[in-house]
Design a protein around this ligand. Structure first.
Ligand code: HEM
Length: 495
């Protein structure tokens, strides 16, 4: 029956049936129109390829920040860069980021894009397992890092920082990030890997961690098994760590000792819906510890360093208020540094967040699109991103967009405080810790650790920059500041 015939047929029906039929017809027509209009207006994102075939590659080699800023200027918030046989689609800014952060793993997958971590983290964990198992393993991480557990880690942050800075002279010059990196691995070994490693095997384990770390190069992202010396050393270190942790775990289980660390938590973790509900095994526990160490080590030491450089270059405006805040809390709580006291450090909190906004160590986050999805730009353009594309979100680039933050290149921590609260205007504006489904599980741990370190530093030293403000090393995998020395002078904060 054609359309006219159908409407004539409808008129011959009794009145109630006629109305039902007409409504159904109307809805079907609207649906057809909607689908047709979608096909007319929804198109694939614009392609940014300055020189055909090799343009994307050349730009990528020149550095991801340059690629993003040129692509953004030329095409806007969404564009696709062909790179060899792959298509990379960039989603820059909060308007186009919701799907990236909210979609489930069947729609936006981490596995394919992060599986270069497998030789480092190990077999059977995180990016080497299907997403059902991974989801359970992430539950172990989440439980180990939940607020109640953080109370037990903070005393270790405090004792490690106090001991570390206690060894500094009356005054001196240090390369700040090298120092903070050392302190953070001491703290990590105490809170993650446990008392046995911290007290008896620290040197050995940190040397092996160093080899693992040096085995994760930009080239490893594309070719994680390339037969190069750095990868060979990485593999040897990974094997050694397995042996060390197997012994530590067996000894702890045998002694029945209960410790307040992530190792204990991972030992006691049990799968619920997979692997017939068995307990975690030694190889998996080793993998969880290494993955946690990699998630938190460079990211925290880099953010602590930028926090310091910004305070030292904004002494009147920001270091002074941060010191005043310490004095006020010392008047109220004495020397105590607990979760409650650290949570009251609003000025220091805003300074850390602003340092992370300007210089996020993870400059690009990746997913693989398993299904096509649509995005709408701030100007109302709609695109369908085809399945199979590698999708990039970029904290480093998006945080500097003028429409998102005011004077985005300026250091203004109060943008995170009332009344400005610029990060709350639109979801996914501040993504230094990622967001949504796979947002950072260690953000509270990181804030508490960095605040403890800077509380001890501000309470015991004055600081001055020796070198000019450092440049970010955008060609590294985890982006931090270049070398920069600071001068410290010991003094006790008077309240
Ligand atoms: C300043 C320090 C830190 C920064 C900037 C940071 C940043 C991030 C970012 C951007 C993500 C999201 C990755 C993505 O979406 O692909 C992430 C995820 C994660 N982070 Fe952190 N992180 C920090 C510290 C830590 C610490 C200290 C830990 C653990 C102790 C940790 C554990 C994790 C875990 C387990 C995930 C994976 C969450 C998931 O995929 O569901 N992070 N982090």
């Amino acid at each position: 029956m054609d359309f006219i015939g159908l409407s004539e047929g409808l008129q011959q029906l009794p009145a109630p049936l006629f109305y039902v039929g007409a409504t159904v017809l109307l809805l079907v027509s609207l649906l057809i129109l909607r689908v047709a209009s979608n096909h007319m207006t929804f198109k694939a994102p614009p392609v940014y390829e300055p020189i055909p075939f090799v343009g994307g590659l050349i730009k990528f080699v020149q550095g991801p920040m340059r690629l993003m800023s040129d692509g953004y200027r030329s095409k806007g918030e969404v564009f696709t860069v062909p790179l060899a046989h792959k298509k990379m689609t960039f989603l820059l800014g909060p308007h186009v980021s919701a799907h990236f952060f909210k979609a489930n793993d069947d729609e936006m997958s981490q596995q394919e894009v992060y599986e270069f971590n497998v030789p480092t983290f190990g077999k059977g964990v995180v990016f080497d397992v299907d997403h059902k198992v991974r989801a359970e393993q992430f539950q172990f991480f989440a439980a180990a890092l939940k607020t109640a557990k953080l109370h037990t880690y903070v005393p270790y942050f405090v004792s490690e920082a106090t001991e570390f800075f206690g060894k500094w002279d009356q005054q001196g010059v240090v390369e700040l990030q090298t120092e903070l990196s050392h302190l953070i691995i001491l703290t990590a070994s105490r809170t993650l890997m446990g008392r046995e490693v911290r007290e008896n095997m620290f040197r050995q384990v940190t040397d092996l961690y160093h080899d693992l770390d040096m085995g994760m190069l930009p080239i490893s992202v594309m070719f994680p098994y390339l037969p190069i010396e750095a990868h060979r050393k990485r593999d040897r270190a990974r094997e050694e760590l397995s042996k060390i942790f197997a012994k530590v775990i067996q000894a702890r289980k045998a002694s029945g000792a209960q410790e307040n660390d992530l190792l204990q938590h991972f030992i006691e973790s049990r799968y619920r819906t997979v692997y017939n509900g068995r307990m975690t095994n030694e190889e998996e526990i080793t993998g969880f510890l290494i993955a946690t160490l990699f998630a938190g080590q460079h990211t925290s030491s880099i953010t602590s360093s930028w926090t310091g450089y910004f305070m030292m270059t904004h002494k009147e405006k920001w270091m002074k208020p941060a010191i005043e805040e310490q004095k006020r809390l010392m008047r109220e709580h004495g020397e105590e540094l607990s979760v409650e006291v650290l949570n009251k450090m609003e000025v220091l909190h805003a300074i850390i967040t602003e340092a992370l906004r300007l210089f996020p160590p993870l400059i690009m986050l990746l997913r693989k699109a398993k299904t096509s999805f649509s995005v709408t730009t701030s100007k109302g353009q709609q695109y369908v991103v085809p399945k199979g594309h590698i999708i990039f979100a970029s904290p480093a680039f998006s945080h500097r967009l003028a429409g998102v933050f005011e004077r985005p290149d300026e250091f203004e921590p109060d943008r995170f405080q009332a009344p400005r609260e610029e990060d709350k205007r639109r979801p996914f504006s501040f993504i230094g810790f990622g967001a949504g489904r796979h947002g950072c599980m260690g953000s509270n741990f990181a804030y508490l650790q960095i605040k403890t370190i800077w509380s001890v530093m501000l309470r015991n030293f004055d600081f001055e920059m020796v070198d000019p403000f450092p440049q970010a090393q955008y060609n590294s995998l985890v982006v931090g500041p270049g070398p920069c020395r600071v001068k410290y002078m010991r003094r006790k904060l008077k309240v």
